[in-house]
Ligand binder design. Structure first.
Ligand SMILES: C[S@@+](CC[C@H](N)C(=O)[O-])C[C@H]1O[C@@H](n2cnc3c(N)ncnc32)[C@H](O)[C@@H]1O
Length: 506
């Protein structure tokens, strides 16, 4: 019960020593504060630290939803020294932050560490510790269904605070996941909020919070106009030794703005449509080890199945580690998403019996992508799934190398849903595309965009930015590329991409 509450309220109290280090660092790097605000103050580590580091602050506000924490924060803050200390039990979501800041005069420093929890975790707990409107990222229905609309509560809170403070001079200095910091900045830059001098200072979250996440202190200055849409990353709580500068390129963030700008001419049309692998959300019953001529599922049952719907499978870990000979198979029950799976009954009765016997796992799949679709459906399939050759990369690993995969025992190898790939008609086409993607210049371009600490460093948005025609020009392989890229653009109905037509000199 206590553990559940900790999850629900994203409750990771900042150790007082770290809060002091952060407050002192802010003061020593020139921050000033007439007013200090700790929006989710917990036991008050930041309240106490800010009182010491900013002795000239006229007022300090600390709010938390947990009344016991508010009492503890009052104890942590100790004797008041004539300044106004306002500690109150308040729900972040019920505060009108624009109105709140408008009542304060002077420079505002917002400091703290908002809850570490996502809306989907709260959904699982059936918690209502959520903002009223959650689609603030403006995702469409499909993105919401496929999980893109999942967000950190702290992201929502930081967006609220920045939006409420951006018209006046202030500073927001909050601990958060590095991914949350990036999402906030992307939102603020795209929505033209008045922010500038942004930096991210990495901390060791394992050491301080016992949590294996990438986290840091995000510093954002508000009330500044016409600033660059970039932020510097530092390995610690200092401004020495910058490790990188990330920023906005078009509508997306890139990890290394300088390198990206050097290679910007490779940012263009993708020609091919990048695909992801098969999704089924039931590995225990849909995937099989193949040993000594037998198929064994994840429940350790030996399964007697026709080969009709079984396909050799490579997973992200295989691709990232160069293990390209499959030892696993997966059941792919359809060729297109609209296929009726009842055909399995006619074509492969043993497979159909197997599916019925394991319907417990399949019927319970929670994702709405399976709702209103034939029983035992899979997702992320089409003609491309069965292409004889593929050029693939894992989305989950830092390894940005691409691999060519072909058939195994005369069946096309399929990939899991954490891999991305380009379907190819021939080995020659796949090898050329793979060579282009692995070329030095393309790898540099890719790495300039990839955030290596992200859960999915390589995304389809990043892959879609690679202009293979431009890459081919750089590595002097335009002539070979021409035939394949023209055909790919035509096949994918990307008429405007038929730029090779009529050109001479290739
Ligand atoms: C990650 S902890 C950090 C606490 C404190 N800021 C610190 O740095 O030690 C997040 C805090 O947010 C509080 N919290 C969670 N949901 C809240 C809400 N809706 N309104 C206000 N506080 C909330 C929790 O009780 C918890 O104390």
């Amino acid at each position: 019960m206590i553990a559940t509450k900790k999850i629900e309220f994203g409750d990771f109290q900042t150790p007082p020593g770290l809060a002091r280090e952060i407050a002192d660092f802010l003061r020593d790097s020139g921050e000033t504060a007439d007013i200090v605000v700790e929006p989710t103050c917990g036991r008050g580590s930041f309240v106490a630290a800010a009182m010491t580091a900013f002795p000239r602050a006229k007022a300090i506000y600390g709010f938390d939803i947990n009344p016991a924490y508010v009492c503890e924060a009052a104890n942590a803050a100790g004797q008041q020294d004539g300044r106004k200390l306002h500690l109150e039990r308040r729900n972040f979501f019920q505060i009108d932050w624009t109105e709140f800041f408008s009542m304060l005069t002077g420079t505002v420093l917002v400091i703290g560490n908002p809850p570490w929890v996502t809306n989907s975790a709260l959904g699982t707990l059936e918690s209502d510790n959520l903002p009223e409107k959650t689609n603030f990222q403006g995702h469409n229905g499909f993105a919401a269904k496929t999980g893109k609309a999942n967000f950190d509560i702290s992201e929502w809170m930081l967006i609220k605070l920045t939006g409420a403070l951006h018209r006046r001079v202030g500073c927001i200095a909050m601990l958060c996941k590095t991914s949350t910091a990036r999402k906030l900045l992307r939102y603020a830059w795209l929505n033209r909020l008045n922010i500038g001098r942004c930096s991210l200072h990495l901390i060791d979250a394992q050491k301080h919070f016992g949590a294996s996440v990438n986290a840091g202190l995000l510093i954002v200055h508000t009330g500044t106009v016409g600033c660059a849409t970039t932020a510097c990353v530092y390995p610690n709580l200092s401004f020495n030794r910058k490790s990188s500068t990330f920023g906005l390129a078009g509508k997306e963030l890139v990890a290394d703005v300088d390198e990206y700008q050097r290679l910007q001419d490779l940012d263009g049309a993708s020609y091919y449509t990048w695909r992801s692998g098969v999704k089924h959300d039931a590995a225990g019953v849909m995937e099989f080890k193949h040993e000594n001529g037998q198929f064994t599922n994840g429940r350790n049952e030996i399964c007697n199945l026709e080969l009709t719907y079984l396909f050799p499978l490579l997973k992200s870990s295989d691709i990232a580690n160069g293990r390209l000979t499959p030892d696993r198979y997966v059941l792919v029950t359809q060729r297109t998403p609209s296929d009726d799976t009842a055909s399995v009954m006619r074509n492969a009765p043993k497979t159909w019996s197997y599916l019925l016997a394991h319907a417990d796992a399949l019927d319970q799949r929670r994702s709405v992508i399976y709702a209103k679709r034939p029983r035992f459906s899979v997702f992320g399939i089409g003609d491309y799934t069965f292409a004889p050759w593929k050029v693939t990369i894992s989305g989950l690993y830092k390894n940005c190398r691409f691999n060519v995969i072909g058939k195994h025992h005369d069946k096309p190898i399929v990939l899991d849903d954490t891999c991305y790939f380009i379907p190819c008609a021939s080995e020659a086409e796949a090898c050329l595309v793979c060579d282009l993607l692995n070329s030095d210049i393309c790898q540099r371009f890719l790495r300039s965009q990839v955030f290596l600490d992200a859960k999915r460093p390589v995304t389809v948005d990043i892959l879609n930015r690679i202009d293979l025609k431009k890459v081919a020009e750089h590595v002097n392989r335009s002539l070979e590329a021409q035939q394949y890229l023209s055909a790919a653009a035509g096949f994918n109905d990307k008429q405007p991409l038929l730029v090779f037509a009529g050109k001479t000199g290739y």
